[in-house]
Design a protein around this ligand. Structure first.
Ligand SMILES: [Mn+2]
Length: 500
């Protein structure tokens, strides 16, 4: 089962040997980053192999960290808590991300029950789904202490991540907004730069749901209520980062992952409801027109994103538990904590991608690709130019459209093994015949693109060439040992003296 709040999740990490407590005083300016960056690139904590990826990536991500003595704050700082396959599994309460993916796959399958019996059978599923919605409760631990006039962002152990960053940032909080007219909630994870005790910038990109809500208020010249939420159910940070379609509620999805609806309490100073079990909640309003220069910020691309104009957010209250934990993360050259959050999305979206493009057997967004730069896709090939069809379909599929390089591979290739992928790609591709370069939308953060958000992408067909795909000679067979001999050697492995 997932955990109801951050501290019980942290305690479980401690029990499992996944947590290191740092008692000495550390500086939230750069020192925390340097420690977390080293740890996130260390071997995995403990001996337990990660559930789905052990053979491929090896374990990485070190320990989750709890800094108990951060200069200038009384509040302990948790970081890298989600930064390994093992810890993601603990946070989501699952031993295998493939199982989780198939649960999601079942949920979205548009199966119409045809007979009455089938309908009756489906009923418990639907009832269960209904119980995953958020529930409003009267009291929440997140409001044990309430600061209004004396609210001060500078009491929080916010970090400056990298030397050229514009200042100190909130990096691991859910940003809660509501649609002005429909009241639909959205939860996103956007970075928040601190400027004054009660003032921040609100950084978000135009296509996110938060700024979509903001445009609704702005059109009426109104300020928008917004809450910044730290902690809560252990599934929440993942749900906030998952690229769900705009009309899918992050809180419903979180309730589904949590195995029960998220309890919400009414905020003290704004019309907003936030998780009752949160550690800290910052309440306030985003100004309709007032902007401020935000950034630079060392980003998940491995480069800084530059300064820009973003709306001003003013704090009306900070509510918290009596002894809160402040969660943070850093992004930068991979691997970082965000890689593991993204990897779960990759697994969960496989059944959804397969609904759109049934040819896809499996895919991988490798660590070095920083989410948008590269995808390896496995298909079983039946007809000429099938790989190109798959490439074009992926470039039309939601956020996957940003993918700068897609490599399509035959079914015998392990797409989670980069050496295997690169071997087959380099061996099979004739670069003139088997590549396509197209113009299109790319990630806003892609600094290499000639325009912001617009550039070119490459598709590489690394499958075996067949008739109709251009000039080729007869394709030689791939070397493979006979299965009978493989079985015999496996059976006798111990006899050879290699152990079992
Ligand atoms: Mn959303």
């Amino acid at each position: 089962m997932p955990f109801p709040d951050l501290r019980s999740f942290v305690e479980e990490l401690d029990r499992c040997g996944q947590l290191k407590r740092v008692g000495v005083e550390v500086d939230p300016v750069l020192e925390v980053t340097e420690i977390a960056d080293r740890v996130s690139k260390a071997p995995a904590a403990g001996d337990a192999p990660p559930p789905d990826f052990d053979r491929v990536h090896g374990g990485k991500g070190g320990h989750g960290l709890l800094f108990e003595n951060v200069s200038g704050s009384d509040i302990p700082l948790g970081i890298n808590l989600y930064g390994s396959y093992e810890r993601m599994g603990i946070a989501l309460g699952c031993s295998s991300f493939a199982d989780l993916a198939s649960r999601v796959g079942q949920l979205v399958k548009p199966e119409m029950p045809t007979t009455l019996m089938a309908k009756m059978k489906k009923l418990p599923d639907l009832m269960k789904l209904a119980s995953f919605g958020p529930k409003i409760v009267k009291r929440g631990m997140c409001q044990e202490v309430v600061h209004t006039d004396d609210a001060d962002l500078l009491t929080l152990p916010t970090i400056q991540c990298w030397p050229d960053d514009g200042g100190r940032y909130i990096t691991f909080a859910g940003i809660y907004t509501k649609d002005r007219d429909s009241g639909d909630r959205n939860v996103g994870m956007y970075r928040v730069q601190i400027f004054e005790p009660k003032m921040t910038a609100m950084h978000w990109h135009v296509h996110h749901d938060g700024p979509r809500h903001h445009r609704g208020y702005k059109a009426h010249g109104e300020k928008m209520p917004l809450a910044i939420v730290f902690g809560g159910e252990s599934v929440l940070p993942y749900a906030a980062t998952c690229p769900l379609p705009p009309d899918v509620s992050e809180l419903l999805f979180a309730g589904f992952l949590n195995g029960g609806g998220i309890d919400l309490v009414q905020c003290k100073t704004i019309d907003m409801q936030v998780p009752a079990n949160a550690e800290i909640v910052i309440e306030g309003y985003v100004e309709p027109h007032e902007m401020i220069t935000e950034g630079p910020f060392g980003d998940h691309t491995g480069y800084y994103s530059l300064e820009g104009q973003y709306p001003v957010f003013r704090v009306t209250a900070i509510t918290q538990r009596r002894d809160p934990i402040f969660p943070a993360t850093i992004v930068g050259l991979p691997p970082q904590e965000d890689y593991y959050l993204g990897k779960v999305t990759e697994r969960i979206f496989l059944p959804l991608l397969q609904m759109l493009i049934p040819d896809v057997i499996d895919y991988s967004l490798p660590m070095f690709g920083a989410f948008h730069n590269c995808a390896f896709v496995k298909i079983k090939k039946y007809y000429a130019h099938q790989a190109r069809r798959v490439i074009n379909a992926i470039w039309g599929a939601g956020q996957m459209s940003f993918c700068k390089m897609i490599v399509v591979l035959d079914e015998e290739v392990n797409v989670h093994d980069e050496q295997d992928v690169l071997f087959h790609m380099c061996a099979n591709v004739d670069w003139r015949r088997d590549t396509m370069i197209v113009e299109g939308a790319v990630d806003i953060l892609d600094h290499a693109a000639p325009y912001e958000g617009a550039g070119s992408k490459i598709g590489i067909d690394a499958t075996r060439t067949m008739a109709g795909e251009g000039i080729f000679r007869e394709y030689p067979p791939l070397i493979r040992m006979s299965e009978a001999v493989q079985e015999r050697v496996t059976r006798r492995w111990g006899e050879y003296g290699f152990g079992s």
